[in-house]
Design a protein around this ligand. Sequence first.
Ligand code: ADP
Ligand code: MG
Length: 728
Amino acid sequence: MSTIRFKAFEKAIERTPLKVEEKTSKRSQIFGINVFNDEAMLQSMTKEAYRSVKDAIQYGKKIDRKTADQVASAMKEWSISKGATHYTHWFQPLTGGTAEKHDAFFETYGNGKAMEKFDGGQLVQQEPDASSFPNGGIRNTFEARGYTAWDPTSPAFVFETTLCIPTIFVAYTGEALDNKTPLLKALHAIDEAATHVCQYFDKKVSKVIGTLGWEQEYFLIDSAFAESRPDIKLTGRTLLGHSPAKGQQLDDHYFGSIPDRVMAFMRELEIEALKLGIPVKTRHNEVAPNQFELAPIFEEINLAVDHNALLMDVMQKVGKRHGFYVMFHEKPFAGINGSGKHNNWSLATDTGVNLLSPGQTPMNNLQFLTFFINTIKAVQDYEELLRSAIASAGNDHRLGANEAPPAIISVFIGTQLTKVLDELENVTKGKLSPEEKTELKLNVVGKIPEILLDNTDRNRTSPFAFTGNKFEFRAVGSSANCATPMTVLNMIVAKQLKEFKISVDEMIEKGMKKDDAIFNVLREYIKVSKKIRFEGDGYSEAWQKEAAKRGLSNNKTTPKALEAKTKPESIALFEEMKIMSPVELKARHEIQVEEYIKKIQIESRVLGDIALNHIIPTSIRYQNILTENVKGLKDIFGNEFKEIAKDQMDLIRKISEHIGAISVNVESMVEARKKANNVEDIEKRAELYCDKVKPYFDKIRMHCDKLEMMVDDELWPLSKYREILFTR
Ligand code: ADP
Ligand code: MG
């Protein structure tokens, strides 16, 4: 074993679970203690200031400077009492992670004296050095000016010794430079559109929020292994490595008992998360070895998105303490299931109704059907855009790779609801007869809650499935920021609801009764959105063919998927719904394409380096040992050696063949990279990286993995899958 590999292995097996101190066994007592929530605000602010923050949250009202000063002062006192010494505007730049720039409260004011200072100005707006964040060419770097602005809808919190203030990040010219700004706009759009539609059913509804419950999948490996392997360290995944003799064939990991060390990590993580107000609830093993999942109780979307981004940071930090490296990559290991982040999505009214949950009365259920069917239609009309919202180099390994949902977007609703839609579709066009209406209300719409109660059919292969009281968007990648898919989903449903209202109102104006009008429009929608509905096996060959026949997109790679974003109709939609201007959309598209190129480029370089500097030299060393052995045998056995040393000589030849193949392929890959780099147009460059560079990965890997099985285990330099995946 190489020294590095040996040390990593030794470190990993010697680690013991950390003791996690828990002052209380009641999780509810620590929930939100580090969050500047309602309770903290009420205790530290005047009623007027509190009211004004609440109005900002609920109705988007502006907070005046005087109030901002009051809020800042209260926040400062509160956070210092929690141990904070610094504050930061916390935001989500387009790099995908989170960013912060810490400033001390500490300020001097002459005479060698100092005080802690934090005022409304500092709370409301800051100017980070925007030049180091991707902006897609919106601003030239020499005038790189952007600012962060307080988002009062997501509460401030103290993490470690810093007061973190969630903010948006925009250029001085007004364009969004982050993930949150368009999300907030999409949430506003869905609020407006859904509230209008709710008015058909209940005049008391004055606000609709989107809800999101994400399920975060991840791998945990000992950090010593991550350190020992350049591929994991630099790309977040393994670029080579032979499958272990025991993989996930036995299915014994899923819901199996959680190892002690992992349990200790999870417990500390949960405590940290709960303190930050992240309502984590479930934890369990996943299908693959060393794979786990964490899910919270669902929350309002903006908050849920922030909480997911924050949690991913906290996971890395807590992981480090426990000697773990948390892998968020969608496909860290070949031959083993990848990771996703299911986005459970629904809409809720300020009257406490889940709009995707069937209710007690036929009227409630007509409302449910309205939102249910409109969502299906939205997904159908904008399936390609929705696919583009989950595109990334990492997620390409999942989608279309026969394990996760396919790259084809479709909607699964289950046999019972399929029946309901079939019946609705057959309703007479135009005005319904009283009998028909009664029949519909009592026997079709009225029976929905009962049928859903025993609706146990689930389809794990569907990328967008209705699961009783919410849709579950399963194609989102584990490393993604949920803001992107949530922005698109809420935007398209908002657009669809807007259309729906226009159509229904038109019919009402022509003298049709409201219920009749709603039934009529829904019936049409059911008819025209059939092609997106699919109840079968999403992984099957047959579905690929069927989907193609139906005209659904099947964009298997990121460059292809991203094209949908800049189609004229997409640009128009983003503009019409006031989510992003054409400039913002194009800038974002450019950033994503560039990110894709960079990711593949880095992977290609790392793979080339490992192959040339680790794999080939090691293989040659082993070959030399074999050669010595053959020479020795010749000395001893004379002419007979050919028979005796047959296997060794065979091996020497095979090793040479693999080494040769690696050299040739790495060389060609570098050539392909050079060619791609010379292409000015970034979309073309991305395509070249995808179609001409990436295919070498599998070829090179195949030869390296073969060598791994030939070369003496003692010599092999890289930690092997069996070590990485089964050490606790
Ligand atoms: P599973 O999908 O494993 O059966 P659950 O049905 O309990 O699990 O829900 C999974 C996730 O869906 C959880 O994060 C949960 O909070 C979330 N969820 C439940 N109801 C809603 C809702 N109305 N809106 C958004 N997310 C929801
Ligand atoms: Mg799920």
